[in-house]
Design a protein around this ligand. Structure first.
Ligand code: ADP
Ligand code: MG
Length: 401
């Protein structure tokens, strides 16, 4: 995807003395007292801000936080805790500015944080008047918030339409590059793992990927529905029998392209859904009426690991078992370690997938870990994200002029 990159603008000397508006993703989790419990997103946003300051820009940064009601600012909506933490991390004071839509005083070399952008009336629905006002605040708009790239809002889309220059920040650019590498021009074979609890939440992903990938590995509750489609009995396992026809359609689509959806040959079952339930390995054909399948079996895991080790590109979303319970985590751990050991370029995303990656400590061995939950899933669905669309359109316009 062709977008203007902020780092290129800096290298071209186009940022010094300019007013730069950065849309970051600073939506961090907080406890009941408002204390930040996890600051990864703030840390991840700092490189772009530092680059802008170093280049001599007057820097404005904003983000949403939580789900405020537009037009009704409440103390708990405030970015004040974020300003404080950012200040600590950057070793400088970070001034917080409220009611900023009609004008912001900021000089080159200065940094201000603009209050929660979702408090502004019209942000969610991308009101044009609001977008134009925000665009008028800056010379350069930088989108560095991949997590909201699937939403066409005032600070993710409208401002990019009207700002003099609209570009991608380093975080967003890295996501764009990793996604292109994995899905637009992948090194083959391209193997995707789509697992987790439910087919219904990932049906569009399964369909979209079945047109692209050389191997489609299913796992978790999703695999159970595919096992039903393959005529296997799954006892009391989590599955969606009404989606068996859809699962069959995915299997057929893959078959028609000479590719396959491997169905588990063995599974780990229990009689109840609990961490201390007794785990029993069974052949996929031997699942009893009162069994719950909670993981893929060791033979299946070993077969899949072989396939992953031979892949050119791997896309991973979803744990293949109830990895939160150690007795049913073997499959997910085997997959995680196979991805880590594979020479393939790998990209992974999804809330529970990230938790599994952290549990097995393979962060450094995954090619790219996507931080945007919903946005990442929409990419896998084959959608063009609004934030990408507008930035690439602005890049085309800039090239043409
Ligand atoms: P992600 O957040 O990475 O997109 P999902 O939310 O789709 O993943 O699925 C993760 C959840 O699926 C985990 O909480 C896991 O325990 C559950 N899960 C995996 N396999 C099974 C299974 N066989 N039965 C029930 N739940 C499962
Ligand atoms: Mg999840």
């Amino acid at each position: 995807m062709n977008v203007i990159r902020f780092t290129d603008l800096i290298a071209q000397g186009k940022v010094a003395g300019q007013r730069v508006f950065i849309r970051a993703d600073l939506n961090v989790p907080q406890d009941d007292a408002g204390q930040i419990t996890e600051d990864t997103r703030i840390r991840a946003s700092i490189p772009c801000i530092e680059q802008a300051l170093k280049a001599g820009a007057a820097v404005m940064v904003t983000s949403h936080l939580g789900r405020p009601t537009e037009g009704e600012f409440k103390p708990e909506d405030s970015l004040a805790p974020v300003a404080k933490r950012m200040g600590e991390l950057m070793g400088r004071e970070v001034k917080l500015v409220a009611n900023w839509v009609d004008g912001v005083a900021v000089a080159p070399g200065e940094l201000v944080l603009l209050e929660n952008c979702r408090v502004n009336k019209g942000e969610k629905k991308n009101n044009e008047e609001l977008a134009k006002k925000m665009a008028a605040l800056c010379d350069i708009f930088v989108n560095d918030a991949f997590g909201t790239a699937h939403r066409a809002e005032g600070t993710t889309y409208g401002i990019a339409q009207f700002a003099k220059i609209a570009c991608a920040g380093p975080l967003l650019a890295a996501e764009i590059d990793a996604i292109s590498k994995a899905l637009s021009a992948p090194k083959r074979p391209l193997v995707a793992i789509v697992a987790g609890s439910k087919v219904s939440t990932k049906l569009t992903i399964l369909k979209a990927l079945s047109e692209k990938v050389d191997g489609l590995i299913v796992g978790g509750g999703i695999a159970n529905t595919f096992m039903l489609a393959a005529g296997l009995k799954i006892g009391k396992s989590l599955a969606e029998p009404d989606l068996v026809a859809e699962a069959q359609a995915v299997i057929d689509a893959m078959k028609a392209r000479g590719a396959a959806v491997p169905i588990p040959v063995d599974v780990v079952v229990a009689k109840r859904f609990a961490a201390d339930a007794e785990a029993t390995v069974k052949d996929a054909a031997d699942v009893a009426e009162d069994d719950l399948i909670l993981d893929i079996g060791p033979k299946t895991a070993a077969l899949l690991a072989e396939q992953l080790k031979a892949a050119g590109t791997i896309v991973w979303n979803g744990p293949v078992g109830v990895f939160e319970f150690d007795a049913f985590a073997h499959g997910t751990e085997t997959i995680a370690r196979a991805i880590a050991a594979s020479s393939a370029f790998s990209i992974a995303g999804g809330g529970d997938t990230l938790a599994a990656i952290a549990k097995y400590g393979i962060e450094k061995d995954v090619g790219y870990i996507s931080t945007g939950g919903g946005a990442f899933l929409e990419i896998l669905e084959g959608k063009t994200l609004p934030a990408f669309e507008i930035l690439s359109r602005r890049a085309q316009d800039a090239q043409a002029s």
